[in-house]
Design a protein around this ligand. Structure first.
Ligand SMILES: *[C@@H]1O[C@H](CO)[C@@H](O)[C@H](O)[C@H]1NC(C)=O
Ligand SMILES: *[C@@H]1O[C@H](CO)[C@@H](O)[C@H](O)[C@H]1NC(C)=O
Length: 297
């Protein structure tokens, strides 16, 4: 640094405070079958942020107290409890006190949206959802992640029935299961998605808090073989009573009834739809650098 007089010092301080405010910390939430710290996934993305944005604080969320637990919790820990745990972690982290940007992968996308809606402090600014299922799923044609044991458990429990209360309370994937043929049952029995989408009991704070985001960036994988339907990644879903025809965000109930303020956010230019021409989470480096990184600069 190079200040030689008080006025120069003031200028430098002004410049410094500008610089230090320019890059917000980043919070990451991994997807199902993954963990906070896998060097091949979240670990490498954390490193990419750190090298592109020198000095940035990146927190990759670990749910539970070990990597093994973290992976297991992605299947078996009630999503509402996960969100409560994350809200507490974010609040207790002094480095996040002045706000942060967030990036969620797969189910981490809708979970971070739930964090924005339920826990407005500290403030989340940009939320980038990479393959998140904002209207849920109706089918898991393929299971991600290396652990086939957990995958088997998930399939068996979904066979028992996504809306059976034991399954709802214990299987994360059932908690964002939406059966387009049984909307009323979904609203009644789903313990997570129907709530954060304001379809159960209307919670005005969800709408107010979501609109505090500066940007909601929705990345969809156009050749996704894991998420059905992949348009859920853009807040669309199946048409009522169909598992073939889909509708875009604007034709869903959540949008039409303005349950979350998506109409206002769209009018304000806050919702962004990005497409990766690949399978689930398989974005290439160019896409990451050119389409995702700018939201964190
Ligand atoms: C898969 O998950 C199960 C249940 O959490 C665990 O016991 C097992 O060690 C895991 N296997 C691998 C290869 O990580
Ligand atoms: C990277 O992904 C983008 C978006 O899917 C695609 O348009 C582009 O062709 C890909 N680039 C390479 C080098 O594969």
């Amino acid at each position: 640094m190079c200040f030689r007089s008080l006025s120069a010092l003031v200028l430098v301080l002004a410049a410094c405070s500008h610089v230090s405010q320019a890059v917000l910390p980043i919070v990451m939430w991994h997807g199902m079958g993954d963990s906070c710290c896998n060097p091949l996934s979240m670990g490498s993305i954390k490193k990419a942020f750190e090298s592109a944005l020198p000095g940035v604080y990146v927190r990759s969320l670990e749910i539970g107290d070990s990597v093994v637990k973290d992976t297991e919790n992605g299947f078996l820990m009630n999503a509402n409890d996960q969100i409560t745990q994350v809200c507490a972690k974010l609040k207790q982290d002094p480095k996040l006190a002045d706000g942060f940007n967030a990036i969620g992968f797969s189910q981490g996308g809708q979970f971070l949206r739930a964090v924005a809606q339920r826990c407005p402090e500290p403030q989340m600014h940009n939320l980038v959802s990479v393959g998140g299922q904002h209207q849920g799923v109706y089918g898991f044609p393929r299971c991600p992640g290396a652990n086939s044991t957990l995958c088997e458990i998930m399939r068996k429990l979904l066979d028992v029935g996504a809306y059976v209360s034991f399954v709802q309370d214990h299987l994360v994937q059932a908690e964002y299961w939406q059966d387009p043929f049984h909307y009323d049952e979904y609203v009644e029995k789903n313990v997570f998605l129907a709530d954060i989408n304001n379809e159960k009991t209307y919670n005005a704070a969800y709408k107010t808090n979501l609109q505090k985001l500066s940007n909601l960036v929705l990345v969809r994988f156009m050749r996704d073989t894991m998420v059905q339907p992949s348009i859920s990644e853009w807040f669309g879903f199946y048409k009522p009573n169909s598992d073939k025809e889909t509708v875009s965000m604007k034709d869903t109930r959540v949008y039409q009834k303005d349950l979350l303020g998506l109409q206002e956010m769209e009018a304000a230019g806050k919702i962004h739809f990005l497409a990766s021409d690949s399978d689930h989470l398989q974005m290439n480096q160019t896409f990451f650098e050119e389409q995702i990184m700018p939201w964190f600069k």
